[in-house]
Ligand binder design. Structure first.
Ligand SMILES: Nc1nc2c(ncn2[C@@H]2O[C@H](COP(=O)(O)OP(=O)(O)O)[C@@H](O)[C@H]2O)c(=O)[nH]1
Ligand SMILES: [Mg+2]
Length: 665
C-alpha cells in the first residue's frame, strides 16, 4: 500500500494521570525526536505537572511524519481535548488499570462514538499493576459502543511485564540488552493464552465480516496480511477499537503501537472525506486553539486541510504573519506549512476556533462542539481603575482562547462575572488575564440576586408638598398594596374616579411606585406586588409629574415596612451528573446545602452514570463543584438554571440582610 507523505495527526486523550504526557515523551524518544520537557522534568514555574493546555509535537517514524497532540485529561479542561479531537485523523485513548477509569472514559467514548472519530486504545502502565488485561477490558467495554478488540497480550515473567505478544503475527516483542524492542521467541508457557486471545480477536472481527466468519467455521485462518488489512479498514470506518498494551515509562509495546498506528490511522485525505471537506478548492485551514501573547499578538494553532500556507499568505481576509511548527512550548519558524500539517499561524485576526478559514473568509462549522455551561463563577474588576476600560477586551480574548470560559454581567451590581469549568480552570484563567493579557484583576464576593416581597395587604396615603418661592410642588396619593403569587412580578392599576388624580399624572405615579420598589426595606428590589392607585388630590398650579412621582415613591417607602417584608432567595434547578458510585454522596451534598431532591435516573448517554435533579438555593452553589468533584473521583458536573424564588426566613435571612452594605439599607 502507498503510504501518505503528509503527517498524520493523533490526539492523545484519556483520564488524568494515566500517562498521556509520558507516552508522548516516550514516543518522541523512540522515534529520535527531541523531548518537550527538560529531562529533569522540572515542570512549570508553579511546579504543576498536570497538563492544562494542548501540546503538539511532530516526529518521524519509518520515513513518515506524525504529529501527536497531548491533551489535558482533567474534566475541567476537557473542551481543549474535544477541539483537538475535531481535527485529528485518529484518537489514541490512553488508560491504565486505576480505579474508576471506566466512569472517567464514558464521556470521552460517548463523544468519539457519536462523532465517529476513529480511535485506538492504549492500556498503559501494565508494567507494575499486574492487573488482568481481560478484566480491565471488560470494564471499559461497558462504556464503549464499539467493540474493543485486544490486539496484544502481555508477556509476563511472574508479575513483571517484559514484552507484548502480537496476536495477528503471533510474535513476541520484548526488551534485550541491546534493543528496547526486539523480536524474541514466544515462550511455550504463553501459547494457550495467546491462542485463546487470538480466537477472541478473530471472532470479534468476524462479527462484522461474513466471509471471515465462514472461514473461521471451516477452520481456515487468513494470513496476517489479510487480517491487518481488515483491522485497518475497521478502524478507518470506526467499526471497532483496536487495543494495544504496554508501558509508556519503560518503553514496552511502543514500537508495536507505532507500527499499528502506521498501518491503520487514516491519512488526511480520508479524514477530509469523513469530515465532508472537498478535496478541491483553495487553501483551507481550521484553527483549533488560539493564544494571545504579549508583543506577539494572536496565534492560531491550526490544521491545514488543503493547500499550503506561507508567511504572508492571505487567509480569511487577513495576512499570515509568521508560520511556526509547534514542539511543545518551543516553536520553530518554517517557510511553509502544507496539507495535513498542524502549524501555528501568526496574526490571523479573522481566525476563530473551529471555523474553516479560506482565502476570502471563514465558514462556521455547525457541528463544532459547544462548550459546556460554567460550573463555577467569580466576580471580578480590574485591580487598577485605569484598566477598567481594558478589562472587557481582555476578557473577550480570554474567552476566544478558551471557549469553555464565559463572561456575564450581573444585572444587579453590574459586576463582570467570569465563569468556567472549575476552581483550577478559573484560577488559570485569572492568572493568564494578569500575565498574558496584562490586566490584573481582583475578586469580589459573587452577587446573589436576592429579592424581597410583602406578606400583608394594606392601604397608604402619602403627600408631597413644597412651598418655596414661586410655584410649589403638590402631589397626593392613596395606594392599595397587596402581595401577588410567587413569580407574578409587578402589577399597577388605577382605580381613581372623578379625576381625584388627573389622568395625565397617572403614568408618573406608576413611575414613582416602581422607583419605590427598586430597593425595599431589606435592601433588595421588591417583587410580586400589586399596587392600585385608589385616590388622591391635586393642586391646579403646584401639581406636576415630578410631584406625583415623588408622592408615589414616598407612599411605597412608608407602606412596605408595615406590610411584613420578607426576603426571597433564588432557587436553581440543577441536573447533577455523576458516576453511579457517587450518587448517594452527591445527594447528601444537596440535602446538606438546603437543597431538595426531585428525582434521579440512569443517564442514557453515559453508561454507569446517573442524573440527579434537585432544587438548590443559588447561595449554596458556592464551592459546590469542588465538593461534588471530590466526592465523585473528580468526574461530576452539573447544569443549573434559575427556577423560582422562595421565601427565606430565620437566621439565614438575618445573615443576608445584615451583610448588605450600609448604603443599601
Ligand atoms: N509505572 C508506570 N507509571 C507510568 C507509566 N506511564 C506514566 N506513568 C506515571 O504516571 C504518572 C502520570 O503520568 P502523566 O504522563 O503525567 O499522565 P497524564 O495525566 O495522562 O498526562 C506519572 O507519575 C508517570 O511517571 C507507565 O507506563 N508505568
Ligand atoms: Mg498530561
Amino acid at each position: 500500500m502507498k503510504h501518505p507523505t503528509s503527517p498524520r495527526v493523533v490526539a492523545l486523550v484519556g483520564p488524568q494521570g494515566v500517562g498521556k504526557t509520558t507516552l508522548l515523551e516516550s514516543l518522541l524518544r523512540v522515534t529520535g525526536a527531541s523531548p518537550l520537557r527538560a529531562p529533569q522534568g522540572n515542570g512549570t514555574a508553579s511546579g504543576r505537572t498536570m497538563t492544562v493546555e494542548l501540546a503538539a509535537a511532530t516526529t518521524e517514524f519509518l520515513d513518515e511524519r506524525w504529529t501527536f497532540i497531548d491533551c489535558p485529561g482533567a474534566p475541567e479542561f476537557s473542551q481543549e481535548a474535544r477541539h483537538a479531537l475535531m481535527i485529528c485523523d485518529a484518537a489514541l485513548v490512553v488508560c491504565d488499570a486505576g480505579p474508576e477509569r471506566a466512569a472517567a472514559l464514558a464521556p470521552l467514548f460517548h463523544f468519539l462514538d457519536t462523532r465517529q472519530i476513529p480511535h485506538l486504545l492504549f492500556l498503559n502502565a501494565l508494567d507494575e499493576s499486574g492487573a488482568s488485561v481481560r478484566a480491565l477490558l471488560e470494564s471499559l467495554q461497558a462504556v464503549s459502543a464499539r467493540p474493543l478488540v485486544l490486539r496484544e497480550i502481555p508477556l509476563r515473567e511472574g508479575e513483571r511485564m517484559v514484552g507484548v505478544v502480537d496476536l495477528v503475527s503471533e510474535r513476541a516483542w520484548g526488551t534485550t540488552a541491546e534493543h528496547e524492542a526486539a523480536l524474541i521467541p514466544l515462550p511455550e508457557s504463553h501459547r494457550p493464552l495467546e491462542e485463546a486471545a487470538r480466537r477472541q480477536m478473530l471472532e470479534r472481527l468476524a462479527d462484522q465480516d461474513d466471509s471471515l466468519l465462514e472461514q473461521l467455521i471451516e477452520d481456515v485462518v487468513p494470513p496476517p496480511g489479510v487480517l491487518y488489512e481488515q483491522l485497518a479498514r475497521a478502524l478507518r470506518e470506526d467499526r471497532l477499537v483496536p487495543v494495544f498494551i504496554g508501558s509508556a515509562e519503560r518503553g514496552l509495546g511502543l514500537l508495536r503501537l507505532l507500527k499499528g498506528l502506521r498501518h491503520e490511522v487514516p491519512a488526511v485525505e480520508e479524514t477530509r472525506t469523513r469530515l465532508g471537506i472537498s478535496a478541491s478548492g483553495g487553501v483551507m485551514v481550521q484553527p483549533f486553539k488560539i493564544w494571545y501573547l504579549p508583543h506577539v499578538g494572536k496565534q492560531s494553532l491550526a490544521r491545514i486541510w488543503r493547500g499550503t500556507v506561507a508567511d504572508g499568505s492571505t487567509l480569511g481576509g487577513s495576512r499570515v504573519s509568521g508560520v511556526l511548527q509547534p514542539h511543545g512550548a518551543r516553536h520553530t519558524p518554517i517557510s511553509v506549512a502544507s496539507v495535513g500539517e498542524v502549524a501555528i499561524l501568526g496574526r490571523v485576526d479573522a481566525a476563530h476556533t473551529g471555523d474553516r478559514a479560506e482565502l476570502d473568509g471563514a465558514r462556521r462549522v455547525t457541528d463544532w462542539p459547544a462548550a459546556p455551561p460554567p460550573v463555577h463563577q467569580v466576580a471580578i474588576s480590574a485591580e487598577k481603575r485605569s484598566d477598567d476600560v481594558k478589562l472587557p477586551g481582555a476578557l473577550a480574548r480570554l474567552v476566544e482562547e478558551d471557549p469553555s470560559l464565559s463572561v456575564d454581567q450581573d444585572p444587579d451590581t453590574q459586576r463582570l462575572l467570569l465563569g468556567g469549568q472549575g476552581e483550577l480552570h478559573l484560577r488559570e484563567a485569572l492568572e493568564r488575564l494578569g500575565t498574558r493579557m496584562r490586566v490584573p484583576v481582583v475578586e469580589h464576593p459573587l452577587p446573589i440576586p436576592y429579592r424581597e416581597t410583602i406578606r400583608q395587604h394594606g392601604s397608604h396615603h402619602a403627600r408631597y408638598k413644597r412651598q418655596s418661592g414661586g410655584h410649589g410642588q403638590f402631589g397626593d396619593v392613596v395606594v392599595d398594596v397587596r402581595p401577588l403569587p410567587r413569580g407574578q412580578g409587578f402589577a399597577f392599576h388605577s382605580a381613581v374616579v372623578g379625576g381625584a388624580v388627573p389622568r395625565q399624572y397617572i403614568p408618573a405615579v406608576e413611575e414613582g411606585v416602581l422607583e419605590g420598589l427598586r430597593r425595599g426595606p431589606l435592601g433588595f428590589s421588591v417583587v410580586d406586588v400589586a399596587v392600585t392607585l385608589t385616590g388622591g388630590t391635586y393642586h391646579s398650579v403646584d401639581s406636576s409629574d415630578q410631584a406625583f412621582r415623588t408622592a408615589a415613591r414616598l407612599a411605597m417607602a412608608e407602606a412596605l415596612p408595615r406590610l411584613e417584608p420578607v426576603l426571597l432567595e433564588p432557587i436553581l434547578r440543577v441536573e447533577i451528573h455523576v458516576p453511579r458510585e457517587a450518587t448517594a454522596r452527591a445527594q447528601r451534598l444537596v440535602t446538606g446545602r438546603r437543597g431538595q431532591l426531585l428525582s434521579f435516573e440512569a443517564n442514557l448517554e453515559l453508561p454507569g452514570w446517573e442524573i440527579i435533579t434537585a432544587y438548590l438555593p443559588q447561595a449554596e452553589l458556592k464551592g459546590f463543584i469542588v465538593e461534588l468533584r471530590s466526592s465523585s473521583a473528580g468526574l461530576g458536573y452539573y447544569v443549573a438554571r434559575h427556577d423560582h424564588y422562595a421565601e427565606l426566613m430565620g437566621r439565614h435571612a438575618e445573615r443576608v440582610v445584615s451583610h448588605q452594605p450600609m448604603a443599601a439599607r
